[in-house]
Write a protein that binds this ligand. Structure first.
Ligand code: ZN
Ligand code: ZN
Length: 374
């Protein structure tokens, strides 16, 4: 399912052009990455040579590609969009080519891809003197965070794939093995479960669990140590998975069990509070207040969650200070954590989708501490 007309509908460029016009942008300049894939279905490699979708607020969009990339672009979903593909020769200046075709004068304003390389941003600045550059993400983020039914289905498929890996962690996680050994087995399983790429594997045993973005180390996992396993990958559809569960072989320390119980109550309350109209900061507070009342407020050291789609981290962020009301179709993680430096950490993470009727969780494996047999 590299390209699916429902997942990547042909009207997205037109919708982005309309949104750009409403935002006062004369054009969007989109380089290879998630925005280009969202708009066209084209999974182009980011290279030093310029590939750029040019979407004027008024006028026909076109794709500028190096001549040697043109056959690949034409064979990609772009070929089915009826979009003009403009190949540039090795000795041509592609930035001048874009500037010459772009209906924007001095005092104009263009939106550049949030992930565009700085050297390309600066080359466009030089080719379009006097034209203000803004972030295209301000326009595209608003489109991308409201998922279609097909996108939610793709995220659900990703969720089921990562759930299958969590369900099998007991095969590999044992005292005496290192985090890295366990992580290699998990990475193989992420691919075997249908992902195209492994994006991250966190196996945080004992004190390493207190570092939220710890990945893997050669630390040997001991009996009675809680282990945080946070894993994710990207499916052939382009959509990502991300889920965290907590494991222990043997009996976990009493204070860990107390903290874990509070964490589970907080995460459950947050998942049950998802509904249209609740703001991102209100949803964050639902869990943070419970954790704070239990005395661990200063141990919950990150936001509650992040949006997810073609990127693992995208809008909307579930964070204090964001008054953004949630809307049906928004998909995001709910992943509170409690971290006691030098001792242990715990995090529980599900992807949830806001629907008219409340929250719909895409990760369904048991959230309680998973007790494994040594
Ligand atoms: Zn995660
Ligand atoms: Zn996450």
């Amino acid at each position: 399912m590299a390209h699916d007309a429902q997942l990547y509908p042909a009207d997205r460029i037109a919708r982005a052009q309309k949104a750009a016009a409403e935002a006062g942008l004369d054009a969007l300049l989109i380089s290879p990455g998630p925005d280009l894939r969202y708009l066209t279905g084209y999974q182009a490699l980011p290279l030093e040579r310029l590939t750029c979708l040019v979407a004027p607020a008024n006028g026909d969009p076109f794709l500028v590609v190096p001549l040697l990339e043109q056959p690949a672009a034409e064979a990609s979903p772009v070929g089915g969009l009826g979009l003009e593909i403009v190949g540039w020769r090795e000795t041509e200046d592609p930035y001048a080519l874009v500037a010459g075709r772009l209906p924007v004068g001095p005092e104009g304003r263009v939106g550049v891809d949030n992930h565009m390389w700085a050297e390309k941003v600066l080359a466009f600045r030089a080719a379009l003197p006097g034209v203000e550059q803004a972030l295209a993400g301000e326009v595209l983020g608003a489109l991308r965070m409201r998922k279609s039914a097909a996108e939610v289905a793709a995220l659900r498929e990703a969720g089921a794939a990562i759930d299958a890996v969590h369900a099998a962690v007991g095969q590999w996680l044992r005292p005496g093995r290192t985090e890295r050994e366990v992580g290699r087995d998990i990475a193989d399983a992420i691919l075997a479960a249908g992902h195209e790429t492994v994006d991250f594997v966190i196996v945080g045993s004992g004190p390493n669990g207190a570092s939220p973005h710890h990945e893997l180390s050669d630390r040997v996992i001991g009996a009675g140590e809680p282990v945080v396993v946070d894993i994710g990958g990207t499916m052939p559809s382009g959509y990502c998975s991300d889920s965290t569960r907590n494991y222990c072989v043997g009996e976990a320390p009493a204070e860990y069990l107390r903290a874990f119980g509070i964490l589970l109550a907080a995460q459950t309350a947050q998942c049950e509070s998802v509904r249209p109209g609740i703001t991102a900061e209100q949803l964050d507070a639902v869990g943070r207040d419970l954790i704070t009342e239990a005395g661990y407020g200063d141990r919950f050291i990150h936001r509650t969650g992040h949006g997810i789609g073609l990127e693992t981290h995208e809008e909307p962020y579930i964070v204090s200070g964001s008054a953004r009301p949630l809307e049906p179709g928004m998909a995001f993680s709910i992943e509170p954590g409690i971290y006691l430096p030098g001792r242990f950490g715990a995090r529980i993470e599900d992807i949830a989708v806001c629907t008219e009727d409340g929250g719909d969780r895409l990760n369904l494996t048991p959230r309680d501490l998973v007790r494994l047999d040594g």
